[in-house]
Design a protein around this ligand. Structure first.
Ligand SMILES: Nc1ncnc2c1ncn2[C@@H]1O[C@H](COP(=O)(O)OP(=O)(O)OP(=O)(O)O)[C@@H](O)[C@H]1O
Length: 666
């Protein structure tokens, strides 16, 4: 089937169309990110910037630590209160440090990466310690990460110009529908490293191994997508492939690294032991690229910087640096012009040699690795400029921009994308870029273009009670998902120390606030919230905790940011709820809890449901729950939408029903 044009398919997007569509959309998205940061016109005033959450004023440096591969960790607390003011900083964000009152755009004391965030402090990893100014009041500003946009633009240029000769020259025509994908003719059998794989996982792995250019691993919630990706990597290494394994987020990359470490050739400090994995004499050489502040502590041993430090070239570079230090001392003392010139010449030569050794140290590690793991942006770093891969694997591909995927895909001749296009796509800041298609993922585009020809779906899930799963399976996955017996009937009261009470008994619970006088409202930033509903959701969380459920096993999720703020305020009044997590649905994708409470917020006479009607958002919300899912909503409002009506009816039929005001009065 190779070499033919695609026929009878939805007309594919051509490479030229893709390039001309994406280029302005990347600019729009970059502008949107910059305008959310402090340097934009809208937030030129420092107080406004703090209100917007893009800067934290009045900080003092309370701790400095070295380590973390040469980085310096500085911890900051507020000079005004025990907790930091509300902000929008997240771990891994790029930030700059300035004196508290310094003008906007004045020279920074340093630039770093957020390493740790607590309510009371923020820790930032700097390459160099700021030399002075740390004893005065300080401020941190969040800056737009322009590297990613620059690299996406460069990838687009490479894609449009040079792919005919590059490693991806065979892949590009297939991914743009000019040539059909091919599979190996004979079925590939393999001996699994993980003895517990189910039939759908084995089937998908076999198909992935026989794909010659592209394969989609479709992993609905809790079906072991990453488990399957890890097995594919091991099988491919065994066959001699050199692999680039990526994901959009650092945490998703580390998830893979963590599971590969038991098979790796490094000193194994700490990792999650999985007793189903056969650790034979087979060893994988892996390297994780990325800023150490962005990596999980348990994967640091496999980080590039750690391996470079262990290498011979690094030791040589170290010796050279010592020699340079001695020479610099001599230079300071030397009076004679000729001697000084000689020393300077020698220093220049040594500095060149030192840089060469450093680069060689990096190249050696990458050249010897079977698997290089990094984020999609990291895949386009100069360190990988001359490295080609037999296979590029992208996990969470349905949450990555297509152009971001290309930063990795341009390095290889074959690819496997793992994800679920029926969960939420990547978050786009620019509404215009979103409407024009920036968020359409490669995974979704290929699923539409080739469908089952190149795709395999995992069909056994290991998270949810089957009542929680059945709704999602029927609505989104053609009723193909089955619950594994180890979870199919698990109950909240099966957990240690949890009593069997009316609060812990139901698997599905619908608390209806219709007719309870709990109308939605808007906050200053036009996000929607519902005070009555928040109280009901919190009351259920409290009741679960009283029944013995750990607060950290419960999550309250809601589509609206303002409702998150309100719920967090209610939670802060109660010490027993300390571990309870509250998040937007989007922020909870990829996570799970024993009990999930969904606050749907919308309650209005016009019966408007806004973005609740996005099937993917409710799919993510419901499928975060392992043993109990509680839906709090105004059924009068939400049932105006057909999809949500079926959700409510499903809960009514298979779960317990309670009215909101009744619930508050129990
Ligand atoms: N074949 C299996 N047998 C037993 N448990 C399994 C199997 N496959 C996966 N699991 C378990 O299911 C859980 C989810 O697996 P994994 O993290 O690989 O799933 P995922 O699909 O990547 O998750 P998500 O839904 O968050 O994307 C893990 O606890 C894993 O150990």
């Amino acid at each position: 089937m190779e070499g033919r044009k695609t026929k009878n398919r939805a007309s594919p997007l051509s490479l030229e169309q893709f390039v001309s569509l994406m280029s302005p959309l990347i600019d729009l998205e970059k502008e949107a990110e910059i305008s959310a940061s402090i340097t934009s016109g809208a937030s030129r005033n420092l107080d406004t910037a703090q209100k917007k959450g893009s800067t934290i004023l009045n900080l003092k440096c309370v701790d400095a630590q070295t380590g973390l591969m040469g980085k310096t960790l500085l911890e900051f607390q507020s000079t005004k209160a025990d907790v930091l003011p509300p902000h929008k900083f997240g771990t891994h964000d790029v930030v700059v440090l300035r004196p508290n009152k310094a003008d906007l755009g004045s020279p920074a004391l340093g630039q770093g990466v957020v390493y740790r965030l607590k309510d009371s402090s923020i820790t930032v990893a700097f390459d160099d310690v700021p030399e002075e100014g740390l004893n005065s009041p300080l401020r941190l500003e969040k800056v737009a990460n322009e590297v990613t946009y620059r690299r996406m633009k460069d990838a687009l240029i490479q894609l449009s110009k040079g792919v005919q000769k590059g490693p991806a020259s065979d892949l590009v025509p297939v991914l743009f529908g000019d040539r059909l994908p091919t599979l190996s003719k004979k079925e590939i059998t393999f001996k699994p490293f993980n003895s517990n794989l189910d039939h759908s996982q084995k089937d998908a792995i076999s198909k992935a191994l026989s794909s010659k250019n592209v394969f989609l691993l479709h992993g609905p919630p809790g079906t072991g997508k990453t488990t399957t990706v890890v097995e594919i990597i091991l099988q491919e290494v065994k066959r001699g492939s050199k692999i680039l394994a990526c994901a959009a987020s650092n945490i998703a990359v580390d998830n893979i690294v963590e599971r590969l470490v038991p098979h790796s050739s490094y000193p194994q400090t700490s990792f999650r032991v999985n007793c189903n994995i056969t650790t034979s004499s087979f060893r994988v050489k892996l390297v994780r690229l990325g800023h150490p502040a962005r990596l999980l502590p348990q994967v640091l041993e496999s980080a590039l910087d750690a391996q470079v430090l262990r290498g011979d070239n690094s030791a040589l570079a170290n010796d050279i640096r010592k020699e340079m230090k001695t020479l610099s001392g001599k230079l300071l003392k030397a009076k004679d012009k000729n001697t000084r010139r000689e020393i300077q010449k020698e220093l220049r030569a040594l500095s060149k040699e030192e840089r060469k050794r450093q680069q060689l140290a990096v190249t050696d590690v990458i050249k010897n690795a079977d698997v290089v793991l990094t984020t999609l942006t990291g895949a386009f770093s100069r360190k990988l400029d001359n490295t080609l891969f037999d296979l590029v694997i992208i996990d969470e591909a349905a949450q990555a921009l297509e152009i971001a995927c290309w930063m990795a895909l341009l390095k290889g001749s074959r690819c496997i994308l793992a994800g679920d296009h029926l969960q939420l796509p990547p978050t786009i800041q620019s509404v215009e870029a979103e409407n024009k298609g920036l968020g359409r993922t490669l995974f979704e585009r290929l699923a539409d273009l080739y469908g089952d020809e190149i795709m395999s779906m995992l069909t056994v899930q290991y998270r949810m009670h089957e009542l929680i799963m059945n709704w999602s399976s029927k609505e989104l996955y053609n009723s193909k998902i089955k619950a594994h017996p180890c979870v199919a009937a698990h109950m909240l009261y099966d957990l240690e120390d949890v009593e069997r009470l009316s609060s812990t008994e139901p698997t599905l619970l619908l608390i209806d606030i219709a007719g309870c006088d709990m109308e939605e409202k808007k906050d200053e930033e036009d996000s929607t919230l519902n005070e009555g509903e928040a109280e009901v959701a919190m009351a259920h969380a409290k009741r679960l905790v009283q029944s013995g459920v750990q607060a950290s096993d419960i999550g309250i999720i809601t589509p609206y940011a303002a409702q998150v703020v309100l719920l967090k305020m209610l939670k802060s009044n109660d010490d027993k709820l300390k571990g309870l997590e509250i998040s937007t649905v989007d922020g909870f994708q990829g996570r799970e809890k024993e009990a999930i409470i969904i606050s749907m917020v919308r309650s209005n006479s016009k019966k408007e449901v806004g973005f609740l009607s996005d099937r993917r958002r409710m799919n993510v919300a419901v499928t975060r729950a392992r043993r109990q899912c509680c839906l709090v909503c105004d059924t009068d409002t939400v049932t105006s939408n057909g999809f949500l009506k079926r959700l409510v009816e499903y809960f009514e039929e298979h779960g317990e029903y309670l009215s909101g005001s009744e619930y508050l009065n129990v």
